[in-house]
Design a protein around this ligand. Structure first.
Ligand SMILES: O=C(O)C1=C[C@@H](OP(=O)(O)O)[C@@H](O)[C@H](O)C1
Ligand SMILES: C=C(OP(=O)(O)O)C(=O)O
Length: 438
């Protein structure tokens, strides 16, 4: 990766003058919204998404589905409450072009959908999207009967030549670089002639909760899915062909985007309430209750939401984040401010995320005076007194929010390109200053 960001606008990260005490309404989950859009588009009847996330990643997903003929209309939900999208499925068509931006969910979940279209669908995106792995999806779709033109690197740009249907059937995939390979194949599989049997062949599989999210959401729209957890073989998922229902789904708040706000309570010894925190969820952000408690906070789930309180103490942690990799930047930020060292493990695949997150976190925290080293599969973080400076973000929303967390405790931190948070949380600067009572 290149670690030479272009100079862009700097955002002075607010320094906390005391303990925060705030309620923060966090917008909808990116991962749930983009799965719900795909499943609603593949259904045999219209459906509703209520309180969908409207951010770069989800607007790109909606635009792509519209380009393939799906109707996505603005509206209010059945009960009149909250904003909603009404999704009206249609025969999927090409030619179409899809801009994936740098959204893993768009670049991985939509090529299988495009294989069901009746013409070519061209995929391209940000420069970084050309570097993120897509080989698992491309190779698997070819085995399942699709024709795809790419430049042979197993990455974007590419064209899927849909012919209105896909055979489907058994396929082996090494998903050690991204769980999204598995999710992508499962999501469209009810519409493949033979469904699918996906066998993961790699030595590790990151982000299992996100695969569970895929399975749960498929089942909720009527798909039959067999999983390792439901008595099937280890590392094998089977989806039976069949029609999908159109549902009325309210999207949960994005718990990974709740992370910086919970971190603010932890770092300042204050309290933050996140309303509508789900009692049961497959979102990886739910693990924050445990991780941030071990780092010095405490929390309780009440009818007001998740109430998270910092004790004033901040401890280091030794933790495997392989299942919840997207939480790593925020945990690293807190760890850099703690009273003891931390080891974050199991996240080698973060080198292939929005940016090489292990290199970027190491460089940016160290440039503020920190002492972080990369390991084969994570980070060692030894806290040291930090000083102000520019925190570069490499077009990574979670680098920007991680820098903001450090800025609460360290005066003079400036975030380069805070607008990159629009990938999943467009209102971040306003929510952040609102939380601080400004
Ligand atoms: O399926 C999903 O919605 C996601 C899966 C994970 O991807 P990886 O398995 O590539 O880490 C996660 O990091 C990403 O933010 C969202
Ligand atoms: C890895 C992430 O995103 P993507 O869906 O683009 O993979 C993330 O949001 O942390």
């Amino acid at each position: 990766m290149t670690l030479n960001p272009a100079p862009t606008a700097l955002w002075p990260a607010p320094h906390a003058s005391g303990a925060v005490d705030a309620t923060v309404h966090v917008p909808g989950s990116k991962s749930v919204t983009n799965r719900a859009l795909v499943l609603a588009a593949l259904a045999s009847e219209p459906g509703w998404l209520r309180r969908p996330l409207r951010s770069r990643d989800t607007l790109l997903m909606a635009a792509a589905l519209r380009a393939m003929g799906v109707g996505i209309e603005e509206g209010v939900g059945h009960d009149g409450s909250g904003e909603a999208w009404r999704v009206i499925p249609a025969a999927l068509r090409g030619p179409a072009t899809v801009d994936v931006g740098n959204a893993g969910t768009v670049m991985r979940f939509l090529p299988p959908v495009a294989a069901l279209a009746d013409g070519p669908v061209r995929f391209d995106g940000d420069a970084r999207s050309h570097e993120r792995p897509l080989n698992g999806v491309i190779d698997a779709l070819r085995v399942l009967g699709a024709r795809i033109d790419d430049d042979g690197r197993g990455a974007l740009p590419l064209t899927v030549h849909g012919n209105g249907a896909l055979d489907g059937g058994p396929v082996a995939v090494d998903a050690s670089s991204s769980s999204q390979f598995v999710s992508a194949l499962l999501l469209s599989a009810p519409r493949f002639n033979q469904g699918v049997e996906v066998r993961h062949t790699g030595s590790t599989l990151p982000s299992l909760p996100h695969i569970r999210m895929t399975v749960d959401m498929l089942r909720a729209v009527g798909a039959q899915v067999d999983t390792p957890e439901s008595g099937g073989e280890p590392d094998v998922w089977r989806v039976t062909p069949g029609a999908l229902l159109g549902r009325d789904l309210t999207i949960e708040p994005d718990l990974s985007n709740a992370q910086p706000f919970l971190a603010a309570a932890l770092v300042t010894g204050g309290t933050v309430v996140i309303p509508d925190w789900p009692a049961h969820t497959t979102q990886p952000g739910d693990r924050l209750r445990e991780v941030f408690t071990e780092m010095g906070g405490s929390c309780v789930l009440t009818e007001r939401g998740l109430e998270f309180t910092g004790s004033g103490a901040l401890h280091g942690i030794d933790v495997d984040l392989g299942e919840v990799g997207e939480l790593t930047p925020g945990i690293a930020a807190v760890a850099a401010l703690a009273d003891s060292p931390s080891t974050l493990r199991g996240v080698a695949h973060l080198r292939l995320h929005e940016t090489d997150r292990l290199a970027a976190l190491t460089k940016e925290i160290n440039e503020l005076g920190g002492d972080v080293t990369e390991t084969a599969d994570g980070l060692h973080i030894r806290p040291r007194p930090l000083h102000g400076g520019v925190f570069h973000t490499y077009d990574d929303h979670r680098m920007a929010t991680a820098g903001a967390v450090i800025g609460l405790a360290v005066e003079g931190v400036e975030i380069e390109n805070v607008a990159t948070t629009a990938k999943t949380l467009p209102d971040f600067p306003e929510l952040w200053t609102g939380m601080l009572g400004n």
